[in-house]
Design a protein around this ligand. Structure first.
Ligand SMILES: [Zn+2]
Length: 229
């Protein structure tokens, strides 16, 4: 694998994407792919590997890529010029145990392809990530903007807004939502519980505080706190 430049430099000119725009981008992809996220009676996992390999025609490969940098654990990388997504073979045990983490990581890499590769028809001359041939994604403590965007893309793609809104409305109508139900929901979407709770917070569908108490919204949590005081 040729590595032209290491990761340090900031990616320039990352366009700002609003949450609504992100929903539109990901829903457009799912519609194009023929995944019905509106009429299904139950939430269903997005076949992310199929979407990447057959719809976007990117290869997903395994390789040991953790030795290139010590700044953080490299989970995966994308080589836009070669249309390859590489999953770190060193994390294979983790990925195999945690399907949700693997799915999120693949969706995150697809996010870089969709959002950050400028000229997909002319990959040899396109300005790709400041001309970097390989872009490594790691478990940052402080994420650069393009990493936030790729995470937002992944959450939005794997848990389509109409689908998650509908199921949460049904669960709320049946009474207070329990953690057990959220674990079941995460497993239907084939995402981790943390990816699900981030998405629920982002859409303000539910709010889970540090102690794990579930509220219908952030404002309900704040109201509860002020009542307690
Ligand atoms: Zn990334």
């Amino acid at each position: 694998m040729k590595i032209q430049k290491m990761v340090k430099s900031e990616v320039s000119k990352i366009p700002f994407i609003t949450p609504d725009e992100m929903e539109q981008i990901t829903q457009h992809i799912l519609r194009d792919y023929g995944f019905d996220f509106v009429n299904k009676s139950e939430p269903e996992a997005i076949p992310i590997d199929e979407l990447i390999e057959f719809h976007f025609e990117l290869d997903i490969l395994w390789d040991c890529i953790d030795h290139f940098d010590s700044a953080g654990l490299v989970m995966a990388a994308i080589m836009p010029g070669e249309k390859k997504i590489i999953l770190n073979d060193t994390c294979r045990d983790l990925f195999e145990k945690k399907m949700g983490t693997m799915n999120f990581t693949m969706a995150h890499e697809l996010g870089h392809w969709v959002l950050h590769v400028n000229d997909k028809d002319n990959l040899q001359t396109a300005m790709i990530f400041d001309d970097r041939e390989t872009f490594f994604c790691r478990s940052w403590s402080k994420k650069p903007p393009e990493e936030y965007q790729a995470d937002m893309f992944a959450g939005s793609l794997l848990m389509p807004k109409p689908m998650i809104q509908r199921v949460i409305a049904i669960l709320k109508s049946q009474g207070n939502i329990q953690m057990r139900q959220l674990y079941e929901l995460a497993s239907l979407f084939k995402v981790s519980i943390s990816a699900l709770t981030v998405r629920l917070k982002q859409l303000d569908l539910l709010y889970i505080d540090a102690s794990g108490t579930i509220y219908n919204s952030k404002s309900e949590c704040d109201g509860q706190i002020s009542l307690d005081m």
